[in-house]
Every structure is written in C-alpha cells, then in structure tokens.
Design a protein around this ligand. Structure first.
Ligand SMILES: Nc1ncnc2c1ncn2[C@@H]1O[C@H](COP(=O)(O)OP(=O)(O)O)[C@@H](O)[C@H]1O
Ligand SMILES: [Mg+2]
Length: 257
C-alpha cells in the first residue's frame, strides 16, 4: 500500500448530547479513491467537515502527512489549502466571474501572480469544457457548470486530497453525468479523493474502497465488488436493499396520467 495521506484516529464528534462519530478511524492513501455512503443524517458531512477542522472534535486526531489538523494548528490555513473541498451547494461568489472565482484563493492565499493563476485556471477550465465561460458570472451558468467550476477552483489550489460532499445531489438529472465524468477523470489521473455520494453506480465505478458509515462508525468496508456483490453485515445488506428497491420502482412502467 502506498503512503498514507490523511489519517483519522479514534475520532469522536458530538453535537451536545448527539454522538455523531464514535471512535472512528480511517486512513486514506496516496492515489486512493474512498467513497463514503450511508443513510441521511449518519454524519458523512460532519466527518468531511472535521477533516478540514471546520468542526471541533471531542476526541481523537486528524493528521495530514503526519501533521496535526486542528483548530489550534498554527499552520491551519496552509493545511486547509492541501485539503480541497467541494460541497453540494457550489458556494461561488455571485459578484465575481468564473475566472475571478477560481484565481482568488491562489492569488490571495498562495500569493501567486494573476498571470500564473489565470493561465492554470484557463487550462483547467478547458479540461472540463468550460473555457468559454471564464468571463461569465455564476448566475449565467447551469448547476452542472457551476459545480464543474467549483471543482476547478478546488483543483487550482493543488490540494493533496479532494473531498466531495454529495456534489450532484442538487443537480437536475441531466447534469449529474457531466459532473461525475469530471470526477471519474480525476480518479484516472491518480488524484487522492474522498467522496460522499448517493450515486451507487458512480460509487462502484470510481471507488477503490467503499465505506458504509452508520451509527457513528464504519459498519462495512471493502472493494466495490465486495461491498455491492457480497456485503458481509446486515446493515450493508439493508442499506443496499433500499437502493435496489428504488431502482426497481423507477423501472416499473408508469401508470398513465
Ligand atoms: N451544526 C450542527 N448542530 C447540531 N447538530 C448537527 C449539526 N450539524 C449536523 N448535525 C446533526 O448531526 C448528524 C449528522 O449530520 P450530517 O453530518 O449532516 O449527516 P449526513 O451528511 O450523513 O446526512 C445529524 O443528526 C444532524 O442533524
Ligand atoms: Mg450530508
């Protein structure tokens, strides 16, 4: 196995009385794509937010290349740059153009020149088919285009690991594919990624490892083949059944309206 990039050891996260993460440990290795699945409210977003020290934790630790990531880390800004994050809501600045949105952090935080950052931004935009949208404003883009810009913005910071939190959940069905294709290509390029998704076919295609999070813990973990074709735990079987049921329902011929 290649080098560990991100290591979570014995994480405990509570919101007051609510225990969301219960002694959870997880290591992501260089070039690995880990997909996290689990029922709504099981703590997937909270887990991703903890990785960036956006949430206080009550126990355990998070290390990026061995360096402690916590709210009290002196070099937290530097560490956060290495952990790229893309959310369900794109969070683009509405008053900035696509290009300005992308180069803002590389210039402000990484002190790169406008010329250098813009050049890279344009090359990345071309790779996701959005070169001609550089001067557009977010409101002029479709949801799928905005999400691709958000991915480019994260990539332009050269993160060591990319975290994706249900990035297609808010998109119309016809735009889901274009965003998932971008992520699949990043996986082909060997990017280290941790992805939360409800798109099971995509999970199967992109993941090296799939993790089921439920009741604050990793309940099952395996390759896509192991996870989908021969789940070991009752929880995993039950979780997968809900998806089979949904697919069957969708495949039923609709009654005439
Ligand atoms: N800021 C918060 N304050 C209190 N409870 C929260 C907060 N954020 C999330 N929760 C609770 O923590 C649990 C996990 O939430 P979340 O991580 O968003 O789940 P998921 O992303 O898996 O749907 C839920 O019960 C949710 O209501
Ligand atoms: Mg969530």
């Amino acid at each position: 196995m290649s080098n560990p990039i991100l290591t979570l050891s014995h994480l405990t996260k509570r919101f007051d009385e609510l225990l969301v993460l219960d002694d959870l440990s997880l290591t992501v290795h260089e070039g690995e794509v880990v997909v996290i699945v689990g029922p709504s409210g099981c703590g997937k977003s909270t887990l991703l937010r903890c990785m960036n020290a956006l949430e206080e934790i009550q126990g355990g630790e998070i290390r990026l290349h061995g360096e402690l990531v916590s709210k009290s880390s002196k070099n937290l800004t530097e560490l956060r740059q290495k952990i790229g994050m893309v959310f369900q809501s794109y969070d683009l600045f509405p008053h900035l153009t696509v290009l300005e949105n992308i180069v803002l952090a590389p210039m402000k935080v990484q002190k790169r020149s406008r010329e250098d950052a813009s050049k890279e931004a344009m090359a990345l935009l071309a790779r996701v088919g959005l070169e001609e949208k550089a001067a557009s404003y977010p409101r002029q883009l479709s949801g799928g285009q905005k999400q691709r810009v958000a991915i480019v913005r994260a990539l332009c910071m050269h993160p060591e690991i990319l975290l994706f939190d249900e990035v297609t959940a808010a998109l119309d069905p016809e735009m889901v594919r274009e965003v998932l294709d971008v992520i699949l290509r990043l996986a082909d390029q060997g990017k280290t990624m941790l992805i939360v998704t409800h798109e099971m076919q995509f999970a199967r295609a992109v993941a090296d490892r799939i993790i089921l999070l439920e009741a604050g813990r990793i309940q099952e973990e395996g390759t896509p083949e192991e996870f989908f074709d021969s789940p070991k735990t009752e929880r995993a079987k039950k979780f997968l059944q809900t998806f089979t049921f949904e697919r069957k329902r969708l495949e039923q011929p609709q009654s005439q309206n």
